[in-house]
Design a protein around this ligand. Structure first.
Ligand code: SF4
Ligand code: SF4
Length: 191
């Protein structure tokens, strides 16, 4: 895949493991069944085993690095995470999809990038610790220094590493999450 500014995926295929592909019933955090081994990818010139018939979402996807939104040395493989700028409604946020549990906490570079973006926009860090759960945990780093950790229907708010609040999500948010999870499960069941 080629991106802006002459960047190409090359031997990177991290998004094929880290991201969810509903069309293939692939959860985020598990390798795509169509992904070739590194040796086969080198020999055949690409990691996708169904390159010509891959789903539209794979054809259109370009991570933030490929779009030129990160420094050259911040290739996803080197960072251990795939980053995207996602716009929902009026809000834009940075999403960080870890390749392994704890990558974000271990990586000064990732935390530095998050800190830079966090000054202007929320940063959502997706945990890969529980990939079989469509409602898997995540955390949001807010510009004001507050961090929210969501697991299931429970929210923990932290400030400077200290827990300042623990509660259930508001009723409306819980309901929306249940509807979304039910929709995802039904979608997976249709394949
Ligand atoms: S993570 Fe980015 S650079 Fe790597 S294969 Fe996916 S789009 Fe290409
Ligand atoms: S179908 Fe190909 S491009 Fe899409 S996730 Fe699987 S290996 Fe990657």
């Amino acid at each position: 895949m080629a991106g802006d500014g002459g960047r190409v995926c090359g031997d990177c295929s991290l998004c094929c493991t880290v991201l969810r592909v509903d069309e293939l019933r692939k959860l985020g955090g598990v390798p795509c069944p169509e992904l070739r081994s590194p040796a086969a990818a080198r020999e055949l010139g690409g990691g996708c085993g169904i390159h010509t018939s891959r789903p539209a979402i794979c054809r259109g996807y370009r991570c933030l690095w490929l779009q030129g939104g990160l420094d050259e040395e911040d290739r996803p493989g080197r960072l251990g995470a795939v980053l995207d700028l996602v716009t929902r409604g009026a809000e834009t946020r940075l999403e960080i999809h870890e390749a392994e549990p704890g990558t974000f906490d271990r990586s000064p570079r990732l935390r530095s990038i998050a800190g830079r973006y966090r000054a202007a926009t929320p940063v959502r860090v997706l945990d890969v610790g529980d990939v079989s759960d469509p409602d898997r945990p995540y955390r949001i780093l807010h510009p004001d220094g507050v961090e929210e950790r969501v697991r299931g229907e429970h929210l923990t708010r932290m400030c400077d590493g200290e827990v300042v609040e623990q509660r259930r999500l508001p009723w409306l948010e819980r309901t929306l999450r249940r509807v979304l999870i039910a929709w995802r499960r039904r979608r997976f069941d249709r394949f």
